[in-house]
Design a protein around this ligand. Structure first.
Ligand SMILES: O=C(O)CNC(=O)[C@H](CS)NC(=O)CCC(=O)C(=O)O
Length: 337
């Protein structure tokens, strides 16, 4: 069976999508393929997810336009769940601007996204089995304590296909780092750390565990989510351009291998303004650690199918969760409350 594990059949479903203007040809199952790429009709029924890559700027309206175009494209291509990166709403020039541009969850921007997610069901799209869910990976949220703290939360919001907020997770590890060559990041200047983890959420693609960007450096969090039932871990990001080449893919693949989850990482890319750029390289990693989809340079999206029977099989063949020794090192990532 090892051969099966190292070359899972769904590996061939990975799609490399060259940017926003995806040729229709890259739609899975939409065209004849060479034999090695053949997709059985049953794999066509596997849920398709879309990972969107953008370059947010301080211009909220323009950012929404770009994201909405990608989300519509994802829906048209048959995705049941689309992922947007951290700071999909905007990337500001300084903490004061970040605070000024922020909104509460009940504000206008989320209302627009609600309309976007739910509208996609009713307009003249081809009928789909699933609606379009949206992972909004890192909304600058004015929380209930805004008046007292004058600080925001970095909030990962999950909308269902009716546009309802089904889960929120507020980034718990804030990125206060000074990497030579990258410019200092001090997220806590404007942001409060979230108080708790969020239990994984059932979606049409599988059970999604919510995290944000810098959280990926803390395997305790991913283990906690996996032990709470996550099948897909999400790390919407705005990763730095120095740490990116060194750590991004290694961390994401490590999180996928050790939790035996799919890992979906929608990323910011390119130059946001004169002071800031991000690494890009949005990707989907399967539970074996294979990168099954990745975005090319610049704004765009890539697609991947989520095969939960493969995930379960892998967990049976390689039962690391049964081999843990909490008696030696404690129960890292103990179950969520
Ligand atoms: O600033 C905003 O508006 C949104 N937040 C972010 O972009 C955050 C904090 S500055 N970025 C990261 O966490 C990058 C982590 C990273 O690059 C690493 O772990 O190496």
């Amino acid at each position: 069976m090892l051969g099966f594990i190292t070359r899972p059949p769904h590996r061939f479903l990975s799609l490399l999508c060259p940017g926003l203007r995806i040729p229709r040809l890259s739609v899975p199952c939409a065209q004849p393929r060479p034999r090695a790429m053949a997709i059985s009709s049953s794999s066509c029924k596997l849920p398709l997810v879309a990972v969107c890559q953008v370059t947010s700027t301080p211009d909220k309206q323009q950012n929404f336009k770009t994201c909405a175009e990608l989300v519509r494209e994802a829906a048209r291509l048959g995705a049941c769940l689309a992922f947007l990166p951290e700071a999909f709403d905007f990337i500001a020039r300084d903490p004061a601007e970040t605070l000024r541009l922020s909104e509460p969850l009940g504000g206008r921007l989320l209302e627009e996204y609600t309309r976007l997610a739910s509208k996609e069901l009713s307009v003249s799209l081809p009928p789909r089995e699933c609606g379009l869910w949206l992972s909004l990976g890192g909304f600058h949220e004015r929380g209930q304590d805004w008046e007292q703290t004058q600080k925001i939360y970095n909030c990962h919001v999950l909308l269902n296909s009716k546009g309802a907020v089904v889960a929120t997770y507020r980034k718990t590890h804030l990125c206060d780092v000074e990497i030579p060559g990258q410019g200092p990041m001090c997220e806590s200047n404007s942001t409060m750390p979230g108080p708790s983890l969020e239990s994984p959420v059932s979606t049409p693609a599988g059970k999604v565990g919510l995290a944000v960007c810098y959280d990926m450096r803390f395997p305790e969090l991913s283990l906690a989510l996996a032990q709470a039932g996550a099948e897909i871990l999400t790390y919407p990001s705005a990763f730095g351009s120095v740490t990116g080449p060194a750590h991004w893919e290694v961390l994401l693949r490590a999180r996928a291998i050790e939790t035996q989850c799919y890992v979906v990482a929608a990323a910011q890319c390119g130059r946001h303004h004169e002071k800031r750029a991000s690494y890009g390289h949005s990707m989907v990693v399967d539970p074996w650690g294979t990168v099954v989809a990745r975005c090319s340079e610049g704004p765009g999206l890539c697609l991947a199918r989520i095969d939960l029977s493969y995930l379960r099989q892998l967990r049976q063949h390689l039962p690391v969760f049964q081999h843990r020794r909490p008696d030696l090192y404690g129960n890292l990532g103990h179950p969520l409350s």
